[in-house]
Write a protein that binds this ligand. Sequence first.
Ligand SMILES: Nc1ncnc2c1ncn2[C@@H]1O[C@H](COP(=O)(O)OP(=O)(O)OP(=O)(O)O)[C@@H](O)[C@H]1O
Ligand SMILES: [Mg+2]
Length: 243
Amino acid sequence: MPEPFVTAIRLDRERIENAEAFPFSLPCVRNLDRLELDPQITFLVGENGVGKSTLIEAIAVALRFNPEGGSRSFNFATRESHSVLHEYLVVERTPRRMLDGFFFRAESFFNVATELENVGVVRSYGGRSLHEQSHGEAFMSLLEHRFNGGGVFVLDEPEAALSPSRQLTVLRMFHDLLKEASQFIIATHSPILLSYPGARIYHVSPHGIERVVYEDTEHFQVTRDFLAAPERMLRVLLSDDEE
Ligand SMILES: Nc1ncnc2c1ncn2[C@@H]1O[C@H](COP(=O)(O)OP(=O)(O)OP(=O)(O)O)[C@@H](O)[C@H]1O
Ligand SMILES: [Mg+2]
């Protein structure tokens, strides 16, 4: 296995002036010290609002990606929304040079698509403007045409637009990119994506960031229990009895 690009992320706590201000006030940042990354895929999972996007974005910006997404050569900004967390992150890197890379965030994919049109590189996305494709088609195009091996891919909810079968296709695409020595850091809610064999999964919660195995994630358990007996869960969930 080739060496990874990034081995860990560390928070330089000494330099933080106001620990009570966002983003340092987020419980997961308060408890962050050093996060070791998998040489292949690291996932961040956890409840809505715990700080996964804040962390992912800071990691991406510390790796010199544009905060709104894109490759490392993108530098457009439609709004200055990113936190200052990246300034306090120390990226532990190997000397390996990145040949490719992309920061994808479901939240600002629209703006990335506009930027791609502005810089006139529609051809490298399958010849059709991403705006003329459906949300899921546009994401698949991006993946097919713009993700190459030997890079770091930082993705925030890549499953957002995808049907379950397309998520399986994406797993296969990740697998091929990994064979070409890539590294992924992904925030997700998808029990399908999380299943990638051997991936390192971190559960982000108000108590901090902890490593978990796939079968212990809420995503796996809730989905499994629901699909095993939807009628039983729905009966409880939709019950009007107040007991
Ligand atoms: N600029 C900001 N100032 C203050 N609080 C913020 C700011 N941006 C985000 N937050 C808060 O930080 C928390 C973490 O947000 P974040 O987007 O990182 O969550 P998340 O784990 O990615 O959630 P989701 O699963 O819903 O995407 C939220 O409670 C959010 O309201
Ligand atoms: Mg998020």
